[in-house]
Ligand binder design. Structure first.
Ligand SMILES: Cc1cc2nc3c(=O)[nH]c(=O)nc-3n(C[C@H](O)[C@H](O)[C@H](O)COP(=O)(O)OP(=O)(O)OC[C@H]3O[C@@H](n4cnc5c(N)ncnc54)[C@H](O)[C@@H]3O)c2cc1C
Length: 320
Protein backbone atom coordinates (compact mmCIF):
# COMPACT_ATOMS: atom_id res chain seq x y z
CA UNK A 1 0.00 0.00 0.00
CA UNK A 2 1.21 3.48 -0.81
CA UNK A 3 1.29 5.81 2.21
CA UNK A 4 -0.37 9.18 1.63
CA UNK A 5 -2.68 11.63 3.38
CA UNK A 6 -5.51 10.00 1.43
CA UNK A 7 -4.65 6.47 2.60
CA UNK A 8 -4.48 7.67 6.23
CA UNK A 9 -7.88 9.34 5.84
CA UNK A 10 -9.37 6.24 4.20
CA UNK A 11 -8.01 3.99 6.95
CA UNK A 12 -9.31 6.34 9.65
CA UNK A 13 -12.81 5.87 8.20
CA UNK A 14 -12.28 2.07 8.33
CA UNK A 15 -11.02 2.25 11.95
CA UNK A 16 -7.50 1.36 10.76
CA UNK A 17 -8.43 -2.22 9.93
CA UNK A 18 -6.89 -2.22 6.46
CA UNK A 19 -3.18 -1.78 7.23
CA UNK A 20 -1.19 -4.80 6.08
CA UNK A 21 2.17 -5.90 7.57
CA UNK A 22 4.89 -3.65 6.22
CA UNK A 23 6.99 -6.56 4.93
CA UNK A 24 6.58 -10.31 4.43
CA UNK A 25 8.15 -13.02 6.58
CA UNK A 26 9.41 -15.36 3.85
CA UNK A 27 11.13 -18.70 4.35
CA UNK A 28 14.66 -18.65 2.89
CA UNK A 29 14.98 -20.03 -0.64
CA UNK A 30 17.76 -22.53 -1.45
CA UNK A 31 19.64 -20.05 -3.63
CA UNK A 32 19.79 -16.29 -4.38
CA UNK A 33 21.68 -14.17 -6.88
CA UNK A 34 22.78 -11.94 -4.02
CA UNK A 35 22.87 -12.45 -0.26
CA UNK A 36 23.41 -9.47 2.01
CA UNK A 37 24.42 -10.25 5.59
CA UNK A 38 23.11 -7.68 8.08
CA UNK A 39 19.67 -6.06 8.21
CA UNK A 40 20.84 -2.60 9.28
CA UNK A 41 20.76 0.63 7.31
CA UNK A 42 23.54 -0.35 4.95
CA UNK A 43 22.33 -3.88 4.24
CA UNK A 44 18.75 -2.80 3.66
CA UNK A 45 19.75 0.24 1.57
CA UNK A 46 21.96 -2.03 -0.57
CA UNK A 47 19.01 -4.37 -1.14
CA UNK A 48 16.66 -1.46 -1.89
CA UNK A 49 18.94 0.20 -4.44
CA UNK A 50 19.93 -3.12 -6.06
CA UNK A 51 16.23 -3.75 -6.68
CA UNK A 52 15.19 -0.19 -7.50
CA UNK A 53 18.14 1.07 -9.52
CA UNK A 54 19.46 -2.15 -11.06
CA UNK A 55 16.44 -4.48 -11.17
CA UNK A 56 18.31 -7.14 -9.15
CA UNK A 57 15.53 -8.64 -7.04
CA UNK A 58 16.56 -12.25 -6.40
CA UNK A 59 18.17 -10.98 -3.20
CA UNK A 60 18.01 -11.99 0.46
CA UNK A 61 18.96 -9.91 3.48
CA UNK A 62 19.92 -12.21 6.37
CA UNK A 63 19.65 -10.67 9.82
CA UNK A 64 20.60 -12.58 12.95
CA UNK A 65 18.14 -10.63 15.09
CA UNK A 66 15.32 -8.28 14.04
CA UNK A 67 15.66 -5.71 11.26
CA UNK A 68 17.22 -2.51 12.56
CA UNK A 69 18.40 -4.12 15.79
CA UNK A 70 22.01 -3.01 15.34
CA UNK A 71 23.59 0.44 15.28
CA UNK A 72 20.88 1.84 13.02
CA UNK A 73 18.34 1.49 15.83
CA UNK A 74 20.59 2.82 18.60
CA UNK A 75 22.34 5.88 17.31
CA UNK A 76 22.00 9.60 17.97
CA UNK A 77 20.11 10.24 14.69
CA UNK A 78 22.28 13.09 13.41
CA UNK A 79 22.53 13.82 9.71
CA UNK A 80 25.22 16.20 8.51
CA UNK A 81 27.87 16.89 5.90
CA UNK A 82 30.20 19.12 7.91
CA UNK A 83 33.51 17.38 7.20
CA UNK A 84 36.75 18.73 5.80
CA UNK A 85 38.86 16.18 3.96
CA UNK A 86 38.44 15.71 0.18
CA UNK A 87 37.47 12.05 0.55
CA UNK A 88 34.96 12.78 3.28
CA UNK A 89 33.09 15.94 2.40
CA UNK A 90 31.75 14.99 -1.08
CA UNK A 91 30.74 11.57 0.25
CA UNK A 92 28.75 13.03 3.14
CA UNK A 93 27.28 15.77 0.95
CA UNK A 94 25.95 13.06 -1.38
CA UNK A 95 24.44 11.42 1.71
CA UNK A 96 22.84 14.72 2.76
CA UNK A 97 21.22 14.99 -0.65
CA UNK A 98 19.93 11.42 -0.25
CA UNK A 99 18.51 12.31 3.17
CA UNK A 100 16.76 15.32 1.68
CA UNK A 101 14.81 13.19 -0.82
CA UNK A 102 14.72 9.84 0.94
CA UNK A 103 11.20 9.96 2.37
CA UNK A 104 9.70 10.66 -1.05
CA UNK A 105 11.99 8.05 -2.58
CA UNK A 106 10.84 5.15 -0.40
CA UNK A 107 7.43 6.60 0.59
CA UNK A 108 8.03 6.35 4.33
CA UNK A 109 8.18 8.92 7.12
CA UNK A 110 11.75 8.89 8.48
CA UNK A 111 11.17 12.12 10.44
CA UNK A 112 13.98 13.95 8.67
CA UNK A 113 14.35 17.29 10.43
CA UNK A 114 16.90 19.83 9.16
CA UNK A 115 17.12 21.69 12.45
CA UNK A 116 20.80 22.65 12.20
CA UNK A 117 24.02 21.17 13.60
CA UNK A 118 26.19 23.58 15.57
CA UNK A 119 29.78 22.73 16.52
CA UNK A 120 30.98 25.01 19.32
CA UNK A 121 34.49 26.43 19.50
CA UNK A 122 36.30 27.66 22.59
CA UNK A 123 39.73 28.81 21.38
CA UNK A 124 41.14 30.85 18.51
CA UNK A 125 42.86 27.75 17.16
CA UNK A 126 39.58 25.86 17.07
CA UNK A 127 37.92 28.80 15.32
CA UNK A 128 40.61 28.75 12.60
CA UNK A 129 40.13 25.00 12.13
CA UNK A 130 36.37 25.50 11.78
CA UNK A 131 36.91 28.36 9.32
CA UNK A 132 38.94 25.95 7.18
CA UNK A 133 36.34 23.27 7.53
CA UNK A 134 33.53 25.68 6.64
CA UNK A 135 35.43 26.70 3.48
CA UNK A 136 35.91 23.04 2.53
CA UNK A 137 32.16 22.56 2.98
CA UNK A 138 31.43 25.53 0.71
CA UNK A 139 33.61 24.03 -2.01
CA UNK A 140 31.20 21.07 -2.08
CA UNK A 141 28.06 23.22 -1.83
CA UNK A 142 27.29 21.91 1.65
CA UNK A 143 26.84 25.35 3.24
CA UNK A 144 28.32 26.25 6.60
CA UNK A 145 28.37 29.44 8.65
CA UNK A 146 31.05 30.52 11.08
CA UNK A 147 29.17 32.18 13.95
CA UNK A 148 30.68 34.48 16.53
CA UNK A 149 29.72 34.40 20.18
CA UNK A 150 26.72 36.75 19.82
CA UNK A 151 25.38 34.84 16.83
CA UNK A 152 25.61 31.59 18.81
CA UNK A 153 23.79 33.32 21.66
CA UNK A 154 20.95 34.16 19.29
CA UNK A 155 20.86 30.60 17.94
CA UNK A 156 21.06 28.77 21.28
CA UNK A 157 20.59 31.24 24.16
CA UNK A 158 20.35 28.51 26.81
CA UNK A 159 24.06 27.55 26.57
CA UNK A 160 26.60 28.44 29.25
CA UNK A 161 28.79 31.00 27.47
CA UNK A 162 31.11 31.80 30.36
CA UNK A 163 32.38 28.43 31.49
CA UNK A 164 35.67 29.01 33.32
CA UNK A 165 37.60 26.49 31.18
CA UNK A 166 35.67 26.40 27.90
CA UNK A 167 33.94 29.74 27.31
CA UNK A 168 31.95 29.66 24.07
CA UNK A 169 33.62 31.91 21.49
CA UNK A 170 31.48 30.86 18.52
CA UNK A 171 30.51 27.91 16.38
CA UNK A 172 30.32 26.35 12.93
CA UNK A 173 26.69 25.91 11.89
CA UNK A 174 25.32 23.71 9.13
CA UNK A 175 21.65 24.62 8.88
CA UNK A 176 20.89 21.72 6.50
CA UNK A 177 22.14 19.25 9.10
CA UNK A 178 19.79 17.87 11.71
CA UNK A 179 18.25 14.59 12.72
CA UNK A 180 16.36 11.66 11.18
CA UNK A 181 14.82 8.69 12.89
CA UNK A 182 17.37 6.12 11.78
CA UNK A 183 15.36 2.99 12.61
CA UNK A 184 12.53 4.38 10.49
CA UNK A 185 15.13 4.64 7.73
CA UNK A 186 15.77 0.92 8.12
CA UNK A 187 12.02 0.25 8.03
CA UNK A 188 11.56 2.46 4.94
CA UNK A 189 14.35 0.71 3.05
CA UNK A 190 13.05 -2.68 4.24
CA UNK A 191 9.54 -1.96 3.02
CA UNK A 192 10.81 -0.63 -0.32
CA UNK A 193 13.06 -3.68 -0.84
CA UNK A 194 10.32 -6.13 0.19
CA UNK A 195 7.82 -4.52 -2.20
CA UNK A 196 10.30 -5.14 -5.02
CA UNK A 197 10.67 -8.85 -4.17
CA UNK A 198 13.70 -8.92 -1.85
CA UNK A 199 13.41 -11.56 0.90
CA UNK A 200 14.09 -10.09 4.37
CA UNK A 201 14.92 -12.99 6.65
CA UNK A 202 15.11 -12.27 10.35
CA UNK A 203 16.46 -14.51 13.12
CA UNK A 204 18.89 -15.96 10.62
CA UNK A 205 22.50 -15.77 11.79
CA UNK A 206 25.29 -16.40 9.30
CA UNK A 207 27.74 -18.77 10.93
CA UNK A 208 29.99 -19.67 8.01
CA UNK A 209 30.83 -18.81 4.41
CA UNK A 210 31.43 -21.62 1.92
CA UNK A 211 33.84 -21.36 -1.00
CA UNK A 212 34.82 -23.53 -3.94
CA UNK A 213 37.95 -22.77 -5.99
CA UNK A 214 38.17 -19.40 -4.30
CA UNK A 215 34.58 -18.45 -5.24
CA UNK A 216 31.87 -17.92 -2.67
CA UNK A 217 29.04 -20.41 -3.07
CA UNK A 218 26.82 -19.61 -0.12
CA UNK A 219 26.47 -19.22 3.62
CA UNK A 220 25.85 -21.52 6.55
CA UNK A 221 23.15 -20.07 8.76
CA UNK A 222 21.13 -20.89 11.85
CA UNK A 223 18.37 -21.80 9.36
CA UNK A 224 20.51 -24.01 7.15
CA UNK A 225 22.69 -23.55 4.08
CA UNK A 226 21.68 -20.86 1.55
CA UNK A 227 23.49 -20.63 -1.79
CA UNK A 228 24.35 -17.42 -3.63
CA UNK A 229 26.30 -16.03 -6.58
CA UNK A 230 27.40 -12.86 -4.79
CA UNK A 231 27.73 -12.08 -1.10
CA UNK A 232 27.78 -8.68 0.61
CA UNK A 233 28.72 -8.19 4.25
CA UNK A 234 27.03 -5.24 5.97
CA UNK A 235 27.62 -6.19 9.58
CA UNK A 236 29.17 -2.96 10.92
CA UNK A 237 31.10 -3.67 14.13
CA UNK A 238 30.96 -7.40 13.40
CA UNK A 239 32.66 -7.01 10.00
CA UNK A 240 35.88 -8.58 11.25
CA UNK A 241 33.90 -11.59 12.50
CA UNK A 242 31.94 -12.17 9.30
CA UNK A 243 34.91 -11.41 7.00
CA UNK A 244 37.01 -13.93 8.91
CA UNK A 245 34.45 -16.59 7.88
CA UNK A 246 35.65 -15.98 4.31
CA UNK A 247 39.30 -16.10 5.40
CA UNK A 248 39.75 -12.33 5.36
CA UNK A 249 41.53 -10.55 8.20
CA UNK A 250 40.35 -6.93 8.10
CA UNK A 251 42.72 -4.25 9.42
CA UNK A 252 40.08 -2.70 11.70
CA UNK A 253 38.99 -3.06 15.30
CA UNK A 254 35.59 -2.49 16.94
CA UNK A 255 34.81 -0.13 19.78
CA UNK A 256 31.50 0.73 21.38
CA UNK A 257 30.37 4.31 20.91
CA UNK A 258 28.20 5.28 23.85
CA UNK A 259 24.95 7.25 23.75
CA UNK A 260 21.84 7.43 25.88
CA UNK A 261 18.47 9.16 26.10
CA UNK A 262 16.77 10.94 29.00
CA UNK A 263 13.10 10.65 29.84
CA UNK A 264 10.78 12.90 27.84
CA UNK A 265 11.06 16.60 28.65
CA UNK A 266 9.40 19.73 27.34
CA UNK A 267 11.10 21.14 24.21
CA UNK A 268 14.36 22.82 25.20
CA UNK A 269 17.05 21.90 22.63
CA UNK A 270 15.81 22.70 19.13
CA UNK A 271 18.98 21.85 17.17
CA UNK A 272 22.02 19.59 17.46
CA UNK A 273 24.83 21.02 19.61
CA UNK A 274 28.29 19.46 19.74
CA UNK A 275 30.77 20.27 22.50
CA UNK A 276 33.93 18.70 21.12
CA UNK A 277 36.13 19.71 24.06
CA UNK A 278 33.94 17.52 26.26
CA UNK A 279 33.44 14.69 23.71
CA UNK A 280 29.76 15.38 24.01
CA UNK A 281 26.79 16.28 21.81
CA UNK A 282 23.08 16.65 22.40
CA UNK A 283 19.76 16.99 20.61
CA UNK A 284 16.15 16.39 21.60
CA UNK A 285 14.00 13.69 20.08
CA UNK A 286 10.47 14.29 18.85
CA UNK A 287 9.26 12.37 21.92
CA UNK A 288 11.11 14.86 24.14
CA UNK A 289 14.04 12.73 25.31
CA UNK A 290 17.41 14.47 25.36
CA UNK A 291 19.68 12.39 23.14
CA UNK A 292 23.21 12.45 24.58
CA UNK A 293 26.20 11.29 22.55
CA UNK A 294 29.49 10.55 24.24
CA UNK A 295 32.82 8.98 23.57
CA UNK A 296 33.88 5.47 22.61
CA UNK A 297 34.76 2.96 25.30
CA UNK A 298 38.50 2.79 25.79
CA UNK A 299 38.74 -0.89 24.88
CA UNK A 300 37.77 -3.14 21.97
CA UNK A 301 34.42 -4.88 22.13
CA UNK A 302 31.61 -6.38 20.07
CA UNK A 303 29.11 -5.71 22.86
CA UNK A 304 26.06 -3.47 22.58
CA UNK A 305 25.95 -2.43 26.22
CA UNK A 306 25.75 0.96 27.88
CA UNK A 307 28.51 2.01 30.26
CA UNK A 308 27.86 3.99 33.43
CA UNK A 309 31.18 5.92 33.35
CA UNK A 310 30.35 7.29 29.88
CA UNK A 311 26.78 8.20 30.90
CA UNK A 312 28.08 10.04 33.92
CA UNK A 313 30.70 11.81 31.77
CA UNK A 314 27.95 12.90 29.34
CA UNK A 315 25.75 14.14 32.17
CA UNK A 316 28.65 16.16 33.58
CA UNK A 317 29.34 17.67 30.14
CA UNK A 318 25.66 18.53 29.69
CA UNK A 319 25.64 20.46 32.97
CA UNK A 320 28.75 22.51 32.16
C1 LIG B 1 25.97 5.30 19.87
C2 LIG B 1 26.04 5.56 18.39
C3 LIG B 1 25.70 6.81 17.89
C4 LIG B 1 25.74 7.04 16.53
N1 LIG B 1 25.29 8.26 16.08
C5 LIG B 1 25.16 8.46 14.75
C6 LIG B 1 24.58 9.66 14.28
O1 LIG B 1 24.17 10.53 15.06
N2 LIG B 1 24.45 9.82 12.94
C7 LIG B 1 24.89 8.85 12.05
O2 LIG B 1 24.72 9.04 10.84
N3 LIG B 1 25.46 7.72 12.48
C8 LIG B 1 25.59 7.49 13.81
N4 LIG B 1 26.13 6.33 14.26
C9 LIG B 1 26.64 5.38 13.28
C10 LIG B 1 25.51 4.63 12.59
O3 LIG B 1 24.54 4.19 13.52
C11 LIG B 1 26.11 3.43 11.86
O4 LIG B 1 27.12 3.86 10.99
C12 LIG B 1 25.05 2.71 11.05
O5 LIG B 1 23.91 2.42 11.79
C13 LIG B 1 25.67 1.42 10.55
O6 LIG B 1 24.69 0.74 9.81
P1 LIG B 1 24.98 -0.72 9.38
O7 LIG B 1 23.82 -1.19 8.58
O8 LIG B 1 26.33 -0.78 8.77
O9 LIG B 1 25.11 -1.50 10.78
P2 LIG B 1 24.02 -2.06 11.80
O10 LIG B 1 22.80 -1.21 11.86
O11 LIG B 1 24.74 -2.33 13.07
O12 LIG B 1 23.58 -3.42 11.11
C14 LIG B 1 24.41 -4.55 11.08
C15 LIG B 1 23.53 -5.73 11.30
O13 LIG B 1 24.28 -6.92 11.06
C16 LIG B 1 23.74 -7.93 11.89
N5 LIG B 1 24.70 -9.02 11.98
C17 LIG B 1 25.93 -9.00 12.54
N6 LIG B 1 26.51 -10.21 12.41
C18 LIG B 1 25.62 -10.99 11.74
C19 LIG B 1 25.64 -12.35 11.32
N7 LIG B 1 26.69 -13.15 11.54
N8 LIG B 1 24.56 -12.85 10.67
C20 LIG B 1 23.47 -12.05 10.41
N9 LIG B 1 23.41 -10.76 10.81
C21 LIG B 1 24.47 -10.24 11.46
C22 LIG B 1 23.50 -7.20 13.21
O14 LIG B 1 22.56 -7.87 14.03
C23 LIG B 1 23.00 -5.85 12.72
O15 LIG B 1 21.58 -5.76 12.71
C24 LIG B 1 26.13 6.04 15.63
C25 LIG B 1 26.50 4.78 16.12
C26 LIG B 1 26.43 4.54 17.48
C27 LIG B 1 26.79 3.16 18.00
Amino acid sequence: MRFSALSIFREALKKNTGWAPVWRQPEPKRHYDVIIVGGGGHGLATAFYLAKEFGVTNVAVLEKSWLGSGNIGRNTTIIRSNYMLPGNEPFYELSMKLWENMEQDFNYNAMVSQRGVLNLYHTDGQRDAYARRGNAMHLEGAGGELLDREQVRQFAPYLNFDHHRFPILGGLLQRRGGTARHDAVAWGYARGADMRGVDLIQNCEVTGITRENGMITGVETSRGFIGCNKLALATAGHSTVTASMAGLRLPIESHVLQAFVSEGLKPVVDSVITFGMGHFYVSQSDKGGLVFGGDIDGFNSYARRGALPRSSMCSRSACR
